[in-house]
Design a protein around this ligand. Structure first.
Ligand code: PLP
Length: 394
């Protein structure tokens, strides 16, 4: 045991020495566009709270009402005695919102992706996966027995090469798996081309729309709606724009959802979502469907923020998603930059290896519909000062 703990300590010391240690900040009070840390109010530019619903009084009231009627916990997986009317209402509501036949809830999208592939595809089949897909897709694919093909991020020529390779290998069924939005870069997948190539090679398409559902596409229906295509299977989260609590889902054709209910391991062997979360998610979908005002504020903010950073001289990745990464380079510099912003009342998060490649450390900023232009001007001022303080700007 002593040897083992010594080994773990050395591992931690290595992370620290490389400047890769992540430290968690303690928020006092609710998550929102403003948060309190150490008694200070900070502007929060690093939450997945795109529509600002995480502390919305309507969701809090819906959660309370669901708890009053349905109690606190489920103390059961769904198939034993953990399915309430609320769970089925939410599954039907999600499916309706996304234009799918049905959906199935999981404790998180990590579990939805983790449990999706193994029941649906066997060793005769193939999965063709984008190289920058979320960790949960990568893990879920590893857990299946299907043959794996990987294409370079967003490279549609390589996707076609891999589809041909899967077909040449004699695959029975082929599934293309991609994030709708790549969360480290804020890039959209080219779903129109993905769909066309999949059709040309007799493949199905699975999209993880965690960073899109609620605010991308018509009425927030996500990246397929934005691209004007239909996909076969969608996964997503309740933990980002749809209130930000927790929960995930798979939406798709009835037989797919039915089989996942029988076989998906994170569904079968993990507790049902609590009523408060389910009740609030139903309210979130009601809000989101009509939230043209919030979506308009979010895109106005994203455009204003991006333009302001560009004018200040920061290196950005091109795009229009409310994820706006400010590219820094080395991890310690990105962390120093984040600390300088912290001192100036702006909360951001530095992303570095292993979350992004070495040498591509960045500050991933994320816009929120609830930020005002005055908030963004304040943050732009702080970015410029911090940038000069650490030498990112000259
Ligand atoms: C956040 C995220 C997940 C995980 O969602 P949780 O519900 O928090 O587990 C999965 N995939 C993508 C693309 C994500 O951005």
């Amino acid at each position: 045991m002593a040897d083992f703990l010594e080994h773990i300590r050395a591992e931690l010391a290595g992370i620290e020495a490389e400047g890769l240690m992540k430290r968690e900040r303690l928020i006092e009070g609710a998550q929102g566009i403003r948060v309190q840390l150490g008694g200070r109010q900070m502007l929060n530019l690093c939450a997945n709270n795109y529509l600002g619903l995480a502390d919305d009084p309507r969701l809090i009231a819906a959660a309370r009402a669901a708890m009053d009627r349905h109690g606190y916990g489920m103390a059961s997986v769904r198939f034993i005695c953990g399915t309430m009317d609320l769970h089925r209402q939410l599954e039907a509501r999600i499916a309706g919102f996304l234009g799918m036949e049905d959906s199935i809830l999981f404790a998180a999208c990590f579990d939805a992706n983790g449990g999706l592939f193994e029941p649906l595809l066997g060793p005769e089949d193939a999965i063709v996966s984008d190289s920058l897909n979320h960790a949960s897709i990568i893990d879920g694919i590893r857990l299946s027995k299907a043959r794996r093909f990987r294409f370079r991020n967003g490279d549609m020529a390589d996707l076609e090469t891999q589809l041909k390779a899967a077909r040449a290998g004699g695959a029975r069924f082929v599934l293309v798996a991609t994030d709708g939005v790549f969360s480290m870069d804020g890039y959209f997948a080219d779903l129109a081309t993905v769909r066309a190539l999949a059709d040309a090679h007799g493949a199905q398409v699975m999209v993880d729309d965690c960073h899109a559902t609620g605010f991308v596409g018509s009425q927030g229906r996500g990246t397929p709606s934005r691209a004007g295509v239909k996909v076969d299977i969608l996964t997503g989260t309740l933990g980002k724009a749809l209130g930000g609590a927790l929960g995930g889902y798979v939406a798709g054709p009835q037989p797919v959802i039915d089989l996942l209910r029988q076989r998906a391991r994170p569904y079968l062997f993990s507790n049902a979502l609590p009523p408060a979360v389910v009740g609030a998610a139903l309210a979130a979908l009601d809000i989101v469907e009509g939230a043209e005002d919030l979506r308009a504020d979010l895109s106005r903010n994203a455009a204003y923020w991006r333009a302001g950073l560009q004018r200040a001289g920061f290196r950005l990745l091109p795009g229009e998603h409310p994820i706006v990464p400010v590219m820094i380079g080395e991890a310690p510099l990105a962390q120093a930059f984040a600390r300088e912003l912290d001192r100036r009342g702006v909360m951001v998060s530095a992303f570095f290896y292993p979350v992004v490649p070495k040498g591509q450390a960045r500050i991933r900023t994320q816009m929120n519909a609830r930020a005002t232009l005055a908030d963004l001007d304040f943050a732009l001022g702080a970015f410029a000062e911090a940038g000069r303080a650490v030498g990112v700007l000259s």
